[in-house]
Design a protein around this ligand. Structure first.
Ligand SMILES: *[C@@H]1O[C@H](CO)[C@@H](O)[C@H](O)[C@H]1NC(C)=O
Length: 199
């Protein structure tokens, strides 16, 4: 009987102490300050890692898109004018008809125009040959604006070679046009028009 009373008393005592411990608002782990400071520094370390990881992710995305645009084929063309002697009138655009190279299909031999598929810096080059006794006065055009006037005299075999570096917007056109007057010119595969996107 005495033993049972003792056991009962112990159970009641443990129950009271246990309840008191459970009812306290303070988390048990707060009782260990070392643990708390460890937890704080661990939390800060993870936050630092997260923000560094986000920076790396966005830098990687930038590098990826740059690599992608770099590895895309860039427009490039070469067209040769095979016509013999052609009488050009004011406003005529030379249709360099024999397309040797046309990566991206941005040059049209039916219009004689190169149309920029995207914004960028482009190089153009070409040679035009006059048909004596006519001189040959042409314009390299950028979307309706003359950039330069390739000019060859009416001396047999005279030619003009032009080069141009142009900043184009998508949709800009570049072509060779007779700005005024009427003159003959040689195709004969002497006259050519070429270009490519630099960057
Ligand atoms: C060539 O044509 C342009 C535009 O019409 C004109 O300004 C220029 O004087 C011409 N050049 C020659 C040498 O005729």
């Amino acid at each position: 009987m005495g033993l049972l009373v003792h056991i009962f008393a112990a159970i009641v005592a443990l129950n009271l102490v246990g309840r008191a411990a459970l009812q306290t608002d303070q988390p048990v782990l707060d009782l260990f300050p070392e643990f708390n400071s460890l937890k704080t520094s661990y939390h800060q370390t993870i936050q630092t890692f997260q923000s560094e990881f986000q920076t790396i992710q966005s830098e990687l995305a930038t590098v990826k898109s740059k690599l992608q645009s770099f590895s895309e084929p860039r427009p490039a063309f070469l067209a040769v004018w095979t016509a013999d002697t052609v009488a050009l009138r004011s406003g005529d655009i030379i249709k360099f008809n024999h397309v040797v190279t046309d990566i991206g299909n941005d040059y049209s031999s039916s219009t004689g125009k190169f149309k920029a598929p995207k914004q960028g810096t482009y190089f153009f080059g070409g040679t035009v040959v006059s048909a004596p006794p006519d001189p040959l006065n042409l314009s390299l055009m950028k979307s309706g604006t003359p950039i330069m006037n390739p000019y060859a005299t009416g001396t047999q075999g005279d030619s003009y070679t032009f080069t141009a570096v142009l900043q184009l917007n998508a949709g800009d056109t570049v072509y060779v046009q007779k700005p005024s007057g009427a003159e003959k010119a040689y195709g004969r595969s002497h006259s050519i028009f070429s270009g490519f996107m630099i960057f």
